[in-house]
Write a protein of this length. Sequence first.
Length: 163
Amino acid sequence: MRLVILIGILLGVGCSQTITAQDQSIDIPMYTSFDSIAPLFTTEDKIRVINFWATWCGPCVAEMPYVDGLNALYSKDEVEVILVSLDFARDKDKRVIPYIEKNKIQSDVVMLLDDKMHIWVDKVDPNWSGSIPLTCIVDKDGYTCYEQEFHSIEELTQLINTK
């Protein structure tokens, strides 16, 4: 019974919460259900770039300077960048926050802890295999996802500028 309670506490089962590290000023919303972040896939007044990544994913880390670099090219009113970390909840303090600080990440970061990937991956894109990185570009007309690693900021801006 204690194990079930501990797992529930660690995963934050059934709730979303904002976690603030005691010695850090970074707040990372943690969501246990994909449905909690599903509204990010609609927008009326700007373009939103949603990047699914993890600190343990080499291609994700390699492309991060380009994805996060969009913040320097566009105002947040034009293009909003949201990084959806698929790291485990236990890695928030020891991997995610240190990565954000070390790399001076400017994008909004959330953690998705929904372990039912086999269900929500198809909700994002029926053609998505579930591998990361995955970048979705959302505008008022819908969104398109790209299951690939970007190798330059120009690759991303080219896709954004066609929206």
